[in-house]
Structure formats: structure tokens, C-alpha cells
Design a protein around this ligand. Structure first.
Ligand SMILES: [Zn+2]
Ligand SMILES: [Zn+2]
Length: 271
């Protein structure tokens, strides 16, 4: 059994209404030994839809410290964060991660050219292929510009949002982006970072987590070993989403261990 869910949101995130207590109590009910809350900070998020993906970090850390004590006999709570990366944010991100004692930092691409691919505007002036290539390029650019994170989040998040109108004319295939994805994976590995297995892919109706199995396999072939596992749950019922599928999948691909970060260092657990 996977003993920790390391990608979770609470109502500190603009897009979640779940109090931290509810997420923690669900984790205890599921028998987890550890969880890591990773609420969203996206500096310079374009104003859209009423979301800003910002919160008061002091309040966040204080609340987590209070809950760590309250639940200390039932579960270990780790302090994480999911940072939306953009190449110009390096100084801001360094100031943040140096000022607070984060156990674990997920770096994610949520914004490409000041637009979130979640919104239809992103796709208005691009073909699906261009939209996808631009997204993957942000991962390379962010890894080169920013150091303050441990694993790259949901690498193929972009495939969730390819507009339905292209269904007949465009089929996404890993193989059409293989060379670029090799570049992405090598850049992550060379930067000393890991990747996460984000099981929200199953929740979005794919037959795989993010990133898909072919990318995970390639990461391993290229020498990547550092992986964390998280559901990206924004509500209690999605904690550990389809986690039971993960150990076998990863073992088939040649992974033996997954990591849980404590004080910025990976602790390895057997799959
Ligand atoms: Zn994310
Ligand atoms: Zn997330």
C-alpha cells in the first residue's frame, strides 16, 4: 500500500472548498501514515474566473503546525506547496522557499504565455499541436530558470484541455511529441529534480495517471528514478484516487521505490 498522498489541496487553494481537517480525517480513515498538503501559489496568475491562487503563507504554516500537533498520534502531516512556475518568477520563488520550512515543493506549469490552457482563450490562436508543444517547452524553460522545487507536477496536464472541437481532426499521441518529451525529461533529470505520478489522470477519464505510462517508462529508461505519488485531490473523496493501480504499474516500468519528502529530502519507500 502507498503510505502517503503527496499532492493535496485544501481551502487555502482558490479552487478548493475543503477544510484541511476534512482532508486529514479522510486520510486517517484511509489508513495513510503521512500526507503532504500542497496548496496552490501561482504568482502572476492572469486574472480570470475569480481565481488568484494566492494565500497567506504565515496563516497556512501556522494552521498546519496546529494540525500536526492535533493529529500527531494518528498521522504525520507534512508541509508542502504547489508552485505555478513561470521563467520570470525565479527571485520571487527563491524568496518564498527560503523563508519557510517546506518539506516538499511541487513545481508545475499552469501558465503558458500568460494563459492557463484550462481556459479556451489559450487555444484560440494555436493548433492543438502548437498548444501542446508550447506547454512542454515551458517545462524546459522553467527547469532552466528556476531551482526552488523538488518534483515537476503533472507533466502532461495539457492533454486534459485539448478542445473537443478537434476530436475528429486531432488525436494526441505520445509518439508525435517523443523527441520534445525526451528533452523535457532529460532537462528535469539534469536539473536534479524528480517527477510526480499524479493520479488525477484517472479521474479525468484517462486510462493512466499524469504523466501517461509511456512518459513514465521513458523517464525510467533515461535514468530517472525520483518519483512521488499524489492524487491532486481538491476534496476528501478524491484522496488516494486509484492509488491501488500505481504500485503494479510502476513496478512493471522498472521502478522499485517512490519518495516522500521530509525537510526537502526524499525518504524512499518500497513499492
Ligand atoms: Zn497543478
Ligand atoms: Zn494540484
Amino acid at each position: 500500500m502507498i503510505i502517503a498522498d503527496c499532492h493535496l489541496h485544501s481551502d487555502f487553494s482558490s479552487d478548493s472548498e475543503a477544510p484541511m481537517e476534512q482532508m486529514i480525517e479522510k486520510a486517517i480513515a484511509l489508513g495513510l501514515k503521512k500526507i503532504c498538503l500542497t496548496d496552490h501559489i501561482d504568482y502572476d496568475y492572469p486574472p480570470r474566473g475569480g481565481y488568484d491562487f494566492m494565500f497567506d503563507i504565515d496563516e497556512y504554516i501556522n494552521k498546519l503546525n496546529e494540525l500536526k500537533k492535533r493529529y500527531q498520534n494518528q498521522i504525520m502531516i507534512l508541509t508542502g506547496i504547489e508552485l505555478g512556475l513561470q521563467p520570470h518568477l525565479n527571485d520571487q520563488i527563491n524568496s518564498l522557499v527560503n523563508a519557510y520550512p517546506f518539506d516538499f515543493i511541487i513545481g508545475s506549469s499552469h501558465i503558458v504565455d500568460h494563459l492557463d490552457p484550462y481556459f479556451p482563450e489559450y487555444w484560440m490562436d494555436k493548433s492543438p499541436e502548437e498548444g501542446i508543444r508550447k506547454y512542454y517547452q515551458t517545462i524546459i524553460d522553467n527547469c532552466k530558470a528556476i531551482d526552488g522545487f523538488h518534483v515537476y507536477g503533472h507533466i502532461d496536464y495539457i492533454i486534459r484541455y485539448i478542445p473537443k472541437k478537434y476530436e475528429a481532426s486531432f488525436q494526441y499521441s505520445y509518439y508525435d511529441f517523443k523527441e520534445q518529451l525526451d528533452h523535457v525529461l532529460k532537462t528535469i533529470i539534469d536539473s536534479g529534480k524528480g517527477i510526480e505520478v499524479n493520479t488525477s489522470g484517472y479521474k479525468y477519464g484517462f486510462s493512466h495517471p499524469h504523466p501517461e505510462t509511456k512518459i513514465l517508462k521513458r523517464y525510467r529508461e533515461l535514468g530517472g528514478e525520483l518519483i512521488t505519488i499524489g492524487s491532486d485531490a481538491h476534496k476528501p473523496e478524491h484522496l488516494c484516487y486509484d492509488f491501488e493501480l500505481v504500485p503494479e504499474l510502476l513496478k512493471e516500468l522498472g521502478f522499485r521505490y517512490y519518495a516522500i519528502f521530509h525537510q526537502g529530502k526524499p525518504i524512499y519507500e518500497k513499492l
